[in-house]
Design a binder for this molecule. Structure first.
Ligand SMILES: Cc1cc2nc3c(=O)[nH]c(=O)nc-3n(C[C@H](O)[C@H](O)[C@H](O)COP(=O)(O)OP(=O)(O)OC[C@H]3O[C@@H](n4cnc5c(N)ncnc54)[C@H](O)[C@@H]3O)c2cc1C
Length: 489
């Protein structure tokens, strides 16, 4: 997946570039096309003073310092292209992966955290970066706090549906799901519509709904069936996506991947570098960031969720299809809660810390302790997000601890620290994963990866394999790096 050895011609190529620089001063100097682009800027763009000499020029500017952007930068470095600058809006790298220190000398993982079989890109990268994995704790009983278990008929209905979903998903091509023979029909319906037409029992439908809610961040009644099938195929099959994808945890927490990547590309990452505007033309781009900085680049890789790209201004505007894709992209919230205890006390009772519920504030819990087992950490997903979220931290804490105490005993009322993160409320990441609505993929899907002038698109949402996951983020970054590498001189 990665190319780990430098290409032999990298030094020669660098010298050629420096020579070209010395002759031209800037790749933009004297370019009539570029002068035309600048002259055509609307009044509102003048505020950014794009006409001034940029602070620096880079072969590639990567916007977004999550796993995908950093994978792109690291790939380029390994391809012999070290002249890359990563611009990250936050004061940290990692994007949707975030370790927060907890009481008891541990940490909680407020964003992405699990990896699983067939996620070969992220597993290979972790190996390369010296990051280990360990099995998700699952010794002992799980608590089932749902109103009723499936009876034999419902179980058959459920298993038959999964088999059909897996078969249908294989008909959806990963590169261009919008081109599959049934694309129009499947993109016009929701997952719930399909279940109503093809399943007979409500309990089995509700169980699939629970998976859709967990994996897509939205209910089955709002998710396009075509997107659902693409996602299942992208994540291998239904069971691999919904179950095996949580098989392993990452030593040191998932943010470790980005922290290590950032070390490898060291001086090439600028933090607190929010990009607000990009001017692009036939010869490259000017990027305004950090309130007042301006850089030029021959190529740009934008590595974030399409919805997040909406906040940036582009001159000239992006093509209409691309704009529509971004503005109509929706993202599920993803509210995560953690309670930390001196020890994982539930293990002594033969419980594995896992619970599912259809009647509590927390719909799913798990044992999130580090591999040493100390401190003990319980994690949970909350169902009431956005406007429905209980308004105070004290109330949310009480509701979470009540769920944990109901399932694992009264000790759960007394954590040594409590943590929460609502990604839907984060101004820099407008959600967690994507419950794409019907109609969007067939109408605007082709613009997901299509470059626009010098701009190329990365971010997990552009991946054909494990789209939406950390593995997809790595693959998308590497793919975008290869794209721009081929086009640079
Ligand atoms: C709660 C939660 C649980 C998850 N669980 C899992 C899991 O268990 N396993 C799994 O594989 N995946 C999981 N995921 C998904 C996984 O975290 C993502 O797929 C992955 O981290 C995405 O990486 P990315 O680099 O594509 O995007 P991001 O991580 O979103 O990176 C984009 C970066 O761009 C930056 N940025 C935004 N705007 C600007 C701007 N204007 N200028 C400069 N920078 C900007 C952001 O700050 C961010 O750092 C989960 C996600 C969440 C939120």
């Amino acid at each position: 997946m990665f190319e780990y050895s430098h290409r032999h011609d990298s030094e020669r190529r660098r010298l050629l570039q420096l020579g070209a620089y010395a002759l031209g001063g800037s790749i933009f100097a004297g370019s009539a096309a570029w002068a035309k682009t600048l002259a055509a800027l609307p009044q509102e763009a003048k505020a950014w003073n794009f006409e001034r000499t940029p602070d620096a020029h880079h072969d590639v500017v990567v916007i977004g310092g999550g796993i995908s952007g950093l994978s792109a930068a690291y790939s380029l470095k390994n391809m012999g292209r070290p002249d890359v600058l990563v611009l990250e809006a936050r004061d940290r790298v990692g994007g949707r992966t975030l370790n927060a220190p907890s009481a008891g000398g541990g940490y909680v993982e407020l964003g992405g955290q699990w990896v699983g079989p067939t996620q070969d890109a992220v597993l290979q990268l972790m190996g390369h970066l010296g990051i280990g994995k360990f099995k998700t704790y699952d010794t002992g009983r799980m608590v089932n706090d749902t109103s009723e278990a499936l009876n034999a008929l419902e179980l058959l209905d459920y298993l038959a549906a999964i088999r059909r979903i897996d078969n249908l998903s294989k008909q959806v091509p990963l590169n261009d799901p919008w081109n599959c023979p049934n694309a129009a029909q499947w993109d016009a319906m929701t997952v719930r519509d399909w279940m109503n037409q093809n399943m007979t029992t409500d309990a089995a439908k509700d169980l699939i709904d629970l998976t859709v809610q967990a994996d897509f961040g939205g209910p089955a009644r709002s998710v396009s069936f075509l997107w659902f099938l693409f996602y299942v195929h992208s994540g291998t099959d239904f069971n691999t996506m919904s179950d095996d994808a949580q098989r392993w945890r990452i030593e040191g927490g998932a943010q470790m991947i980005s922290l290590r990547l950032a070390q490898r590309v060291q001086n090439q990452v600028a933090l607190n570098a929010n990009v607000d505007a990009v001017v692009w033309g036939p010869h490259g781009a000017l990027i305004h960031y950090g309130g007042r900085r301006l850089v030029s680049a021959s190529k740009v890789i934008i590595a974030m969720m399409p919805k997040d790209i909406e906040r940036m201004h582009f001159y000239p505007q992006l093509p209409a299809d691309r704009q529509a894709l971004q503005s109509r992209w929706n993202a599920g919230g993803g509210d995560k809660y953690f309670a930390v205890y001196p020890t994982p006390f539930w293990r002594q009772q033969g419980l594995n810390g896992q619970a599912i519920s259809d009647n509590q504030f927390i719909v799913m819990s798990w044992d999130n302790s580090p591999s040493s087992g100390t401190p003990g950490v319980l994690g949970g997903f909350g169902i009431l997000e956005g406007e429905n979220r209980p308004p105070t931290l004290a109330l949310r804490r009480r509701l979470v601890l009540r769920s944990f105490a109901d399932w694992f005993g009264p000790q759960a009322w007394n954590p040594i620290s409590f943590h929460e993160k609502s990604w839907g409320l984060d101004p820099l990441t407008e959600g967690c994963v994507t419950p794409l609505e019907p109609g969007l993929l067939t109408a605007f899907g082709p613009s997901l990866r299509a470059p626009v002038g010098p701009i190329h698109w990365a971010g997990t949402e552009t991946s054909t394999v494990w789209c939406g996951y950390m593995d997809g983020a790595v693959r998308a970054g590497v793919r975008a790096a290869k794209e721009v590498d081929r086009l640079l001189m």
